[in-house]
Design a protein around this ligand. Structure first.
Ligand code: C2E
Ligand code: CA
Ligand code: CA
Length: 763
């Protein structure tokens, strides 16, 4: 076959391929794409030049071929430098544009172009190749320069690539090595033709192949083998067990963790599916995407696993295998459990927290619709004192022992927890509680907390709310159970109290009258009734103002119906201010007519919390322009329980301003005598309870007699209230009591009635 035609053909095919590569590269958006495209197209002129040279037997045509070839080589060098500059970016320090090299290459091209005029570069001589003339180059000075330039550029590019091979990381070394080897081969190949002067230069084939390699490496090649290695390293070191299956469900690979988990050796992968079934139970471990959680073992020993299966399909959506990931989540689960425990359990007693208890109760109510339940509020009386007197350590111990007792007495159908500091909540079936009620009551009456050195009896009360409306807020159920406790009057004998209809009615009542108070005052539904106070000669000296309420719906109400409610919720303050004002009005109206009568008003201990009692009353007296000594002030000893110094100051101030201060209900409290020691009062109102008790009448008499004597010595007037019989009156008179108040003389009555009563008595 004609060698010249053959090579022309090969080169033409290569040129075509390069043209295609170049076009693709120029269209691509990838990195290097433009420089690669330029290189591909730059390779075309020398190749075409060569095809012309090989095919030509005519001097002129050959000459044109040579020009295209030589100038094309300059273009190739230009493109090669440009490509190298991009491809090897990052190797060596800094990046300079190789402008100087470009200038040299361009200068060389110019010098070659001048050859037709000066003939300094090359000329042609014909030789015979396969019986046809072939024009070979005769080299002159200019051509040597051209070669020198091309060689220098080429060698520089080679050096840069060598540097690339040395400096780059393993994954990318391949990229540089392939280009480098290809360049070396074509360099040698071409040199062979240049120096051997063998006609028909075939090294252009090498350039063509080089162009294709560069195209592939820079735009399409990925270092897959290395990537494979890298990925398999990553999964080997993964903390999860990984198993890879072929489409038939045979295990074909497992990482180290996987082998450990399945207890198989690398050589026994076929045993993996069976081994996993043994551990995690039956499950098709191949196809489908699925995930699952498994617990192996029980209690403390339990191990938790999270299993995921993924199937893998090829581009045509054909199933090619699957992989299974098994993660040991034991630690995570234990941590979660611990966190959950901490957030739902009280740290001291280990019982449920309030929030979690409520949540559990809601669930219980939902899951057990047939059982009747009790919400039980467990309250430790005077717990603050326990803490204060015996140290908070002992207090903690007490709470723990109560919690233990609750726990011990509960069954599965009960839930319980700590509601707040010294209160617990228990939710349990009604039957169960009623059955054990007596033994519980007994235990409560004798609940003893022990520590290493001593014992202390605790007073524990249970308030019980029977759950009727199951949709009610759980907190309201316990509020009601708590309210039940307020009905316990004798706290040492009664320990269990129920929230029942009476209590409910009472709560409703309290609510209603509280809501009605403001209007009642404004419309004067509430008025003072006056109860006469007499001296030992039977003359009326004054009256106590007591509140009475004429309610449009509920009728006439004595103060027991509403005063205790307002005492509790603080509204007494509003009422008292109003009553004082009324008393002042009365005294103003009496001015000039009944100047010898006084009116005494009650002051609740609550009043002292809300405003300055002394200045309030002084202001009133000023406003109504009355004699302060006509307004008497009744306080009870409980006033002195808190902040006693300040209270004493207020009483002093009142007395200094001319008011008469009376100590009400003397003897009914616990420390009346003690109080008397410091309390600045003018009158003692002795409680009638001393006289009403029938059993120890003699003793009571003795006490009253001595109180009266004592008051005389202290220069305090005595007033006995609750005198109901003539006998009582005579006895008290004989003991030296100065003033009297009671049904024996008169009940509290409207103002006008009182005035007529007094006028009649005193005339
Ligand atoms: P208190 O201050 O000890 O008032 C005396 C209470 O004993 C009055 O009851 C009166 O009606 C009643 N009483 C008088 N003589 C006899 C008697 O011979 N036998 C019996 N069994 N009872 C007698 P009342 O009016 O129901 O008042 C009860 C309590 O309510 C008062 O006790 C007082 O502490 C309080 N209270 C009444 N009105 C007011 C008020 O306007 N403000 C304040 N803060 N408390 C008031
Ligand atoms: Ca009173
Ligand atoms: Ca009283």
């Amino acid at each position: 076959m004609d060698l010249r035609i053959f090579y022309s053909g090969v080169l033409s095919i290569l040129a075509l391929v390069l043209a295609v590569c170049g076009t693709k590269a120029l269209r691509s958006r990838k990195r290097f794409a433009k420089t690669v495209g330029l290189l591909e197209f730059a390779l075309l002129p020398p190749m075409i030049g060569n095809i012309i040279i090989i095919g030509s037997s005519v001097r002129l045509r050959s000459l044109i071929g040579y020009y295209i070839y030589f100038l094309g080589m300059d273009l190739v060098m230009f493109a090669l430098v440009n490509f190298t500059n991009e491809y090897c970016r990052g190797i060596g320090d800094g990046q300079r544009k190789p402008t100087f090299v470009y200038i040299i290459i361009i200068a060389d091209a110019v010098q070659m172009l001048l050859n037709p005029f000066f003939g300094h570069a090359f000329s042609l001589e014909p030789v015979d190749v396969q019986d046809k003339p072939y024009y070979r180059v005769v080299v002159h000075f200019g051509q040597n320069i051209h070669r020198l330039v091309d060689y220098i550029v080429f060698i520089c590019v080679l050096l840069i690539f060598i540097l690339g091979v040395i400096k780059t990381t393993k994954i990318f070394r391949e990229r540089f090595t392939v280009v480098l080897v290809a360049m070396m081969i074509i360099g040698l190949w071409q040199s062979f033709y240049i120096f051997s002067r063998t006609p028909i230069d075939r090294s252009m084939v090498g350039y063509g192949i080089f162009g294709i390699i560069v195209f592939y490496l820079s735009l399409y090649h990925r270092p897959l083998r290395l990537l494979d290695r890298l990925l398999s390293n990553i999964v080997s070191e993964m903390p999860d067990a990984l198993f890879v299956y072929d489409p038939l469900g045979r295990c074909i690979w497992a990482n180290e963790k996987g082998l450990q988990l399945a207890h198989v050796k690398v050589t026994e992968l076929e045993k993996v599916p069976e081994a996993l079934r043994g551990i995690f139970g039956n499950r098709k471990y191949i196809i489908d995407e699925w995930e699952d959680e498994r617990v192996i073992g029980f209690g403390e020993e339990a191990k938790y696993f999270f299993i995921e299966n993924h199937s893998v399909n090829d581009d045509n959506k054909r199933f090619v295998g699957s992989y299974l990931v098994i993660r040991d989540t034991t630690e995570e689960q234990q941590k979660l459990k611990k966190e959950f425990y901490a957030s739902t359990h009280d740290s001291l007693t280990g019982l449920y927290t309030k929030q979690y208890l409520y949540e559990c109760i809601r669930k219980l109510l939902g899951s057990d619709p047939d059982t009747e339940f009790y919400a039980v509020f467990v309250d430790v009386k005077n717990f603050k004192i326990v803490n204060d007197v015996f140290s908070s350590d002992f207090g903690d111990r007490a709470l723990i022992q109560i919690a233990e007792w609750i726990e011990k007495n509960m069954s599965l159908s009960c839930v319980y927890g700590r509601l707040a500091g010294d209160t617990f909540g228990v939710f349990l079936p009604k039957d169960r509680f009623e059955k054990d009620k007596d033994s519980v009551e007994k235990k409560l009456s004798d609940f003893v907390v022990t520590s290493d050195s001593f014992e202390h009896r605790l007073l524990i009360h249970l308030g019980i709310y029977e759950v009727i409306d199951r949709d009610m807020d759980v907190s309201v159920m316990f509020d009601r159970a708590h309210l039940a406790l307020s009905t316990i009057t004798d706290e040492y004998t009664t320990h269990i109290a129920y929230y029942d209809n009476d209590l409910r009615e009472k709560m409703l009542w309290d609510q209603r009258i509280s809501a009605a108070l403001t209007l009642a005052i404004r419309t004067r539904q509430i008025r003072p009734y006056l109860q006469p106070i007499t001296d030992n000669r039977g003359r009326v000296v004054g009256a106590e103002a007591l509140a009475r309420w004429q309610h449009p719906d509920y009728g006439f109400m004595p103060s027991v119906k509403f005063i205790p409610v307002f005492e509790k919720n603080g509204m007494i303050v509003e009422l008292d201010r109003y009553m004082w004002r009324c008393a002042c009005e009365i005294l103003r109206d009496w001015k000039g007519k009944h100047d010898d009568l006084f009116v005494s008003v009650n002051i609740s201990p609550k009043d002292f919390y809300f405003f300055d009692v002394a200045s309030e009353i002084k202001e009133l007296v000023r406003e109504f322009d009355i004699d302060p000594s006509k307004l008497r002030i009744e306080i009870t000893e409980t006033v002195m329980m808190n902040d006693s110094e300040e209270r004493m100051r207020i009483l002093d101030e009142l007395r200094q301003s001319g008011f008469v201060v009376e100590m009400d209900d003397f003897g009914s409290g616990y420390s009346s005598l003690n109080m008397l020691k410091d309390m600045p009062v003018d009158v003692l109102k002795i409680d009638m309870k001393f006289l009403s008790s029938s059993k120890s009448r003699e003793r009571a008499k003795t006490i009253v007699k001595n109180i009266i004597k004592l008051s005389e010595e202290l220069d305090i007037d005595s007033l006995t209230e609750g005198v109901e019989t003539q006998y009582q009156y005579q006895q008290l008179s004989a003991m030296g009591c100065k003033m009297f108040q009671g049904y024996y003389f008169a009940k509290p009555m409207p103002i006008e009635d009182f005035v007529s009563f007094a006028v009649k008595k005193n005339s």
